[in-house]
Design a protein around this ligand. Sequence first.
Ligand SMILES: NC(=O)C1=CN([C@@H]2O[C@H](COP(=O)(O)OP(=O)(O)OC[C@H]3O[C@@H](n4cnc5c(N)ncnc54)[C@H](O)[C@@H]3O)[C@@H](O)[C@H]2O)[C@@H](O)CC1
Ligand SMILES: [K+]
Length: 517
Amino acid sequence: MTSRIPVVTAAESAARDRAAIDAGTPSRALMQRAGAAAAAEIARRYGDRLRGGVAVHAGPGNNGGDGWVVAAALRRWGATVRAALHGADEPKTDDARYERARALADGTLDAPTGSEAVVVDGVLGTGARGAPAPFAAAAVERMHVARASGAVVVALDVPTGLDATTGENFDPHTVRADLTLTFGTLKRGLLVARGHAGTIAVVDIGLGEAPNDVGPVLSGAADVARLAPALDAAAHKGTRGKIAIVGGAAGMAGATLLSAEAALRSGAGMARVVVAPESVPVAQTALREALASPWPTDDAALAHTVTEWADVVVLGPGLGRDDAARALAERVLAAWRGPVVLDADAVTMFAGDTARLGTLLRGRPALLTPHPLELSRLAGLSLDEILARRFDVGRELAATLGASVLLKGVPTVISDEHATLVSATGTPALATAGSGDVLTGIAAALLVHANADARATERGAAAAWIHGRAGEIATARRGGVRGTTLRDVLGALSDAWRGDAARAPYPVLAELPAVPG
Ligand SMILES: NC(=O)C1=CN([C@@H]2O[C@H](COP(=O)(O)OP(=O)(O)OC[C@H]3O[C@@H](n4cnc5c(N)ncnc54)[C@H](O)[C@@H]3O)[C@@H](O)[C@H]2O)[C@@H](O)CC1
Ligand SMILES: [K+]
């Protein structure tokens, strides 16, 4: 059973299938495993609907082949199955032809009527290129109509009309699935286009362990549990980590306070916000658990409040990026050589100056937590380029930046030169001002609280996972995204840390819930 789930392009997915075939598993066996596991998952999740009939839409390639295996299995288990082949008179691959013939050997399959309660999308998978041709677009339209009248739509591997690599969609010619059962690996495009994929379940088809390369892998609850052990029973506030958060220009103290509270709700023993002098009184009253100090004016004050006090320094929340802010950032980074998290203004102020930033950060655990626009400014790349290469750009920049790069988004991608981790928790409730400050606080706590051998990248990935999970829990509690605020997310951190999300039974390797709108 695979423990690391690779997050792959369509080409990498095909290459991994080929590698398994070369290692001795016939491609027909892979298809049969995929289809059988998909049928079992459909029966497990939608058993009560099977009486209402199943429509299988099969395309000309191997994705259609998977569909024929599903059709045969569900019929054998007693469901009324109807099926259609789209785009050809005969499937185009040997395996798909074989599986269609097997499905028809049990008796003819009538064409779907549009009234079936479960619709299976086996039209196009990772072999799709560009916009769906008219036959595929027509099949997608039929699935839209069925869904609008109450059917659940289950996509095999990838929803038809979704680019498995980029997540580009061709709406209205892209399937909107309630459930996507994806085989063996997690396709990158599914994580970008969560709204089209619905619930995503990665199903084991026996591809074996992922090759030990730097390609992205999914990080999950088990990684967090492994990374962050229970706190020591004999802990005191000094041993639980002191986090200094430097930022909070006039009117911006709230950003540091969100970070501080998130750090304290993630196991840190003490947090100090280091803010503009006029922000100190309000900071002190707003968060009684935190210390508040003014920006240091001399080295003694810098030592007292930051470099000789802290275990981890967060630089950036609400800092601003004028000359004074930049000077403060340079002073802090020169004097403090320990673990550091850089966010927001502290990232942007080094725009076009990545070499300088690398010099300041190298040689210590350092985590940058930009959103795509901040990374685009920092790296001097267009926003489109950052988004198109979101799975790779952090790894490419990590060496220059002297840091692990946590690129926030859907999904969040955390990388250094050696590894890329993908965190796919979260809901749009996290897409608000201040959300990044909460994430930096969690990350700061994890720079203290984690197994000593864990790299900043792994700690950052765990922070992103916890942040997203807290967002999911808060959203569920509020009954939707709209009424959910960061207060709720902070309040849900304790539950996120408990990490008691239900696990789907084997062969599901990972399950990502549908993202609420
Ligand atoms: N041995 C394997 O490689 C395995 C493949 N599997 C399944 O096979 C799928 C990949 O199969 P294929 O490589 O045959 O590809 P697909 O079945 O995804 O699609 C290929 C077919 O679609 C056509 N096509 C491509 N772009 C199109 C477009 N824009 N509009 C309309 N038609 C288009 C092609 O001409 C070809 O006939 C996976 O997604 C997965 O579902 C699984 O059965 C597991 C094992
Ligand atoms: K499909």
